[in-house]
Design a binder for this molecule. Structure first.
Ligand code: T3D
Length: 262
C-alpha cells in the first residue's frame, strides 16, 4: 500500500510512523486511518523492535479532521459511534497490543483523539513547546480514544476532570510533572532524545518488554493473586528465551548484552 497521509519506514529495527498532514496539524481522515492501520500491521513483520509515532510540521495530531464532520441543514449526520468502532478504538487497541515498545514523540500540539493517541503509547516524550488538549468538550463531545480510561489512571480523577471539562492546553513540562507523560525535553534536544530512546529500545529484550506492557496494562483489571499468576507464567516463558540466556551470560562475563528480541 502506498501512503499519502503518513510516512513509514523501518530501519535497524526502528519503525517510524509520521502523521503527515501538517497543514491540518495531522488531523485524522478515514484515509489516514487506513494507512496507519496498514503501517501498524507492517511493524509486526518487518523486523521492527520499537515503533516511534510522531507528527510532521508543528503539530503532533489534532484528532479527527472536523472538515469531514460539517453538516449542511437537513443532511444526515455521521454516526460517530461507527467512526469510533471502525477507526479510533481499533487504533488504540492495535498500539496497546503491539508486541514492542511504542514511543509517542510529541513534537507539537496533540489535541482531541490526537492527545489520547499519544497517551495510549507506552512512552510519551514531548518537546517543551508541545501541549496536550482534551478539546472534546469544546465541540460537544466526550473524550474518546481511551481518554476517559487513560486519564484518571495517569493523573487521577481531579486532574482528569479538570483537563476534560475545561479543554485547556496543558504544556509538556506540566504534563511531565503531573505524570501524564514520561519526559519533556527542550526543543533543541528533542530529535536526539527521541533517537536515543528509540535506539536503546531497539536493542532491548523485545519479548520481555512486550510481556511487561501486557502485564502492566492488564493489571488494572486483575487481583494481586491473578497478577502474580500472570507474572509466573510470563516469567516461565521469558526464562526459556534467548534473551534471558544472553542477559545472564553477559552479566556474568561483565559485558554488554546483545539481545535479539526473542
Ligand atoms: O468524529 C469522529 O469520528 C469521532 C471522533 C472524534 C475524535 C476527535 O479527535 S474530536 C476532537 C477534534 N479535534 C479538535 O477539536 C481540535 C481542533 N483544533 C484545535 O482546537 C486547534 O487547532 C489546536 C488547539 C489543535 C491548535 O491550535 P492552533 O491555534 O495552534 O492552530 P489552528 O490555527 O487552530 O490550526 C491550524 C490549521 O489546522 C487550521 O487550518 P487553516 O485555517 O490554517 O487552513 C485549522 O483549521 C487546522 N486544524 C486544526 N485542527 C483541525 C484542523 N482542521 C481540521 N480538523 C481539525 N481537528
Amino acid at each position: 500500500m502506498g501512503y499519502e497521509h503518513i510516512l513509514y519506514e523501518s530501519n535497524a529495527a526502528i519503525a517510524r510512523l509520521t502523521l503527515n498532514r501538517p497543514d491540518k496539524l495531522n488531523a485524522f481522515t478515514t484515509a489516514m486511518h487506513a494507512e496507519v492501520r496498514d503501517a501498524l500491521a507492517r511493524t509486526r513483520t518487518d523486523g521492527s523492535r520499537v515503533l516511534v509515532v510522531t507528527g510532521a510540521g508543528r503539530g503532533f495530531c489534532a484528532g479527527q479532521d472536523l472538515a469531514d464532520r460539517a453538516v449542511a441543514p437537513g443532511e444526515r449526520r455521521v454516526d460517530l459511534g461507527e467512526s469510533i468502532e471502525k477507526h479510533y478504538a481499533p487504533l488504540v487497541l492495535a498500539l496497546r497490543r503491539l508486541p514492542m515498545p511504542v514511543i509517542a514523540a510529541v513534537n507539537g500540539v496533540a489535541a482531541g483523539a490526537g492527545a489520547n493517541l499519544a497517551l495510549c503509547c507506552d512512552l510519551v516524550i514531548a518537546a517543551r513547546s508541545a501541549s496536550f488538549v482534551q478539546a472534546f468538550a469544546k465541540i460537544g463531545l466526550l473524550p474518546d480514544s481511551g481518554g476517559t480510561w487513560t486519564l484518571p489512571r495517569l493523573v487521577g480523577n481531579a486532574r482528569a476532570l479538570g483537563l476534560t471539562m475545561l479543554g485547556d492546553k496543558l504544556g509538556a513540562a506540566e504534563a511531565a510533572e503531573w505524570g501524564l507523560i514520561w519526559r519533556c525535553v527542550d526543543d533543541a534536544e528533542f530529535p536526539a532524545a527521541v533517537e536515543a530512546l528509540a535506539t536503546r529500545l531497539a536493542a532491548a529484550p523485545t519479548l520481555a518488554l512486550a510481556r511487561t506492557k501486557q502485564a502492566i496494562y492488564g493489571a488494572w483489571e486483575r487481583s494481586l493473586a491473578a497478577q502474580l499468576d500472570l507474572e509466573r507464567d510470563a516469567q516461565r516463558e521469558l526464562g526459556a528465551s534467548d534473551d534471558y540466556a544472553e542477559g545472564v551470560a553477559a552479566f556474568l562475563a561483565k559485558r554488554p548484552p546483545r539481545f535479539v528480541g526473542r
